[in-house]
Write a protein of this length. Structure first.
Length: 204
């Protein structure tokens, strides 16, 4: 039954049966069968399927926290047993945005994996607000975001990145070596988020 719970949680977290099968290392028919078994057992629909993927039904949302707790407790039992045996193991869930997932995290995980080969990693991709929500809800063990963050979570600065403005060659500010935030205050900007590109203006 735990495998079926994990299948449902994975489908919800991935938002796609195809992506969930990759994470679960099973066929899509097997994953669909497990979810259908739960729907038959409980007597209500769990997922809403569409061309864009899957999302939980209102009834499913009510039961998800309980399933997460059951799976977490099972992992805790496993980890405790392995700890008694002197073996470091478990699953670390990390919330990341695209640049961290691409350029930084793979090297860190690779180094850590050599020292602790029995530790598994589960990576959830999202934007800053989603990652903060996941940390606050303990859906992930930790996440990467840009400061400042809300008081719901604790933040530890890890890296100070350079902020760059990318401008067309014909833009009035393009010939400057440095551009201040005040210079950009009334300029339209494009920000990459999970759902795609959104345009907004910065107000000072």
């Amino acid at each position: 039954m735990l495998t079926k719970y994990r299948a449902l949680l994975c489908a919800v977290d991935c938002g796609s049966l195809t992506k969930a099968t990759e994470s679960m290392h099973c066929t899509q028919s097997a994953l669909s069968r497990m979810i259908l078994d739960l729907e038959s057992l409980w007597g209500f629909q769990l997922l809403i399927r569409s061309k864009s993927g899957v999302r939980p039904t209102p009834d499913c949302l009510k039961i998800l926290p309980l399933l997460r707790r059951i799976c977490a407790e099972n992992e805790l039992v496993r980890d405790t047993v392995m700890d008694i045996r002197g073996v470091l193991c478990g699953t670390v869930r990390i919330g990341v945005f695209s640049s961290i997932a691409t350029f930084w995290l793979p090297h860190v995980i690779a180094r850590f994996g050599k020292a602790h080969p029995d530790i598994e990693f589960e990576i959830l991709m999202g934007d800053y607000s989603e990652i903060e929500d996941w940390v606050a809800e303990t859906r992930v063990d930790f996440g990467f975001a840009a400061l400042p963050v809300s008081k719901r979570v604790k933040a530890l600065p890890l890296h100070e990145d350079e902020l760059l403005a990318i401008l067309p060659e014909t833009h009035a500010l393009a010939d400057r070596e440095k551009v201040s935030v005040a210079d950009l205050a009334k300029e339209p900007m494009i920000m990459l988020e999970k759902g795609g590109l959104s345009t907004f203006s910065v107000d000072m």
